[in-house]
Design a binder for this molecule. Structure first.
Ligand SMILES: Nc1nc2c(ncn2[C@@H]2O[C@H](COP(=O)(O)OP(=O)(O)OP(=O)(O)O)[C@@H](O)[C@H]2O)c(=O)[nH]1
Ligand SMILES: [Mg+2]
Length: 460
């Protein structure tokens, strides 16, 4: 990590031409540095005030700009900061940044402004990560989850529980110092209550990860089924475009095709596949292997069956062959327009017998069925809860830290119950505290910070 006392500079708005571009400069001494480019200084300015100024470098006038001044400990980073809004020309921005660097600033690393905000205690780690999520949020649901976390969602609750456990940990360490005398400073029933409460909270948060991840990455939905069942037809119907090639030749789709569908602020990643069958050539075989891979990684499999060309027993058998897959499978009984009297109940039972979560009859030839399919998908994904006010974990790193904490807390409870050595109890408690501290950033390493902030864009 570079010197955190340097004055750093970067453009904060996207690269390219725009109406306005904003360059952010931050660090101790920044006002004096910026003054070098001005005829009228801003170093005596109050925090949170804006000034219209001409910017000058050695060659002459660079631009007329609006300068916003933030004084420590205010502003985003908590260090003295000036935000300079210029006309949005890449040439002006480059020239301005070069002029600032000649005066002693250096280009900021990715995420370095946010890293400083974290180091200055303006944000905890989970909040800093939420900033990155917020910037990249592409749906109403992911925006809401990121905003919730930025405003202190998990961190505040976890910090509170963690502080209580720290007190107990201190008492137990004390008991270890008095090990000859067999005293108990930490009241065991209170410790159990505190650990249990923390464990409940952690377990609840862990359960939200599947939802949280779906919110952040989108819900992955895979179309599978026998050749010619109509997978591509239904995929196109949902997307309302001829995205995948449809033909009556079995084995039309070979590779997997992916596209995004938004329903009520929720992002669905639809994937059309080559489906499942005995492959006759190598490329087909690769396509089918890929189908299995996608099915395993998805939240939902929409299994398309041709009700005009297959028997109900065949559907049951096909589904049973998939039963070792953890993913939920729903069956779309397609081509109902080709059968004279379609028996939805019998097909539905055949699907359930094969372990499917549900069944719906549909015709890919009927444009009116699009809405039904959309509603079916959205109502069955059961991700509605995420649109409520529940705190969600959306981050892999948090998920793994909570998993570690959960294990350690369970061992703490066992240790108290079985009365095994206090050393073990103290050890497990410390481990749980460390894991919880990893989420909020109360315990960090340089490597961890580097990997988190390195993922940010420059200028943030
Ligand atoms: N009548 C009728 N025909 C359909 C329906 N859905 C699909 N088809 C036809 O069935 C044939 C196969 O459709 P596709 O969508 O290509 O099927 P697929 O499952 O993607 O097939 P592969 O990619 O080859 O595995 C095409 O000729 C479609 O026009 C339907 O609901 N009714
Ligand atoms: Mg296809």
């Amino acid at each position: 990590m570079k010197n955190r006392h340097d004055i750093i500079v970067a453009r904060a708005t996207p690269a390219g031409v725009g109406a306005v571009a904003m360059v952010r400069v931050s660090g101790k001494g920044v006002f004096g540095l910026v003054d070098c480019l001005l005829k009228k200084p801003v170093s005596n300015a109050e925090s949170h005030t804006a000034y219209f100024r001409a910017l000058w470098d050695e060659e002459g006038l660079v631009d007329e700009a609006l300068l916003t001044v933030f004084k420590a400990p205010h502003g985003y980073t908590g260090d003295d900061t000036v935000e300079i809004s210029t006309h949005g020309s890449p040439y002006i921005v480059d020239r301005l940044i070069q002029a600032l660097c000649r005066q002693g600033a250096r280009p900021a690393d990715a995420g370095e402004f946010t890293l400083r905000a974290f180091l200055n205690g303006k944000l905890d780690l989970a909040q800093a990560e939420a900033v990155a999520d917020l910037i990249s949020s592409e749906s109403a649901a992911s925006h809401k989850a990121a905003l919730g976390q930025l405003r202190g969602g998990i961190s505040s609750e976890i910090s509170l529980l963690r502080t209580r456990l720290i007190d107990f940990a201190a008492l137990i360490e004390l008991e270890l110092d008095f090990s000859e005398e067999d005293v108990e400073f930490a009241k065991r029933d209170e410790l159990i209550a505190s650990v249990t409460e923390t464990l409940d909270k952690v377990s609840t948060l862990l359960q939200t990860f599947a939802h949280g991840n779906a919110v952040k990455e989108g819900v992955q939905v895979v179309f599978a089924g026998r050749p010619n069942a109509g997978k591509s037809t239904l995929f196109n119907l949902l997307l309302q475009e001829e995205r995948a090639i449809v033909s009556d030749i079995a084995g039309t789709t070979r590779d997997a095709l992916e596209d995004v569908l938004m329903i009520e602020g929720m992002r669905y990643r639809l994937i059309d596949t080559a489906g499942i069958r005995e492959a006759t050539d190598t490329i087909e075989k690769l396509g089918i292997e890929r189908t299995y891979k996608y099915m395993q990684g998805s939240a939902v499999v929409l299994y398309v069956a041709d009700v005009s060309g297959t028997k109900q027993q065949e559907l049951t058998a096909d589904l049973r062959a998939l039963s070792d897959m953890a993913t939920q499978v729903w069956v779309l009984g397609n081509k109902t327009d080709l059968v004279e009297s379609f028996d939805e109940t019998a097909w539905s039972e055949a699907a359930k017998a094969g372990g499917a979560g549900g069944f719906m009859g549909i015709s890919g030839k009927n444009a009116g069925d699009r809405q039904r399919l959309r509603d079916y998908l959205h109502s069955h994904t059961a991700f509605k809860a995420v649109l409520g006010d529940q705190t969600l974990i959306t981050n892999q790193r948090h998920f793994h830290a909570f998993l570690k904490a959960e294990n350690a807390l369970q061992r703490v409870l066992e240790a108290i119950e079985t009365g095994i050595s206090k050393e073990m109890l103290a050890f497990d408690l410390r481990e749980a505290l460390a894991a919880l501290g990893e989420v909020t950033g109360e315990i960090t390493t340089e490597d961890l910070l580097g990997s988190i902030f390195g993922k940010f864009c420059i200028g943030k």
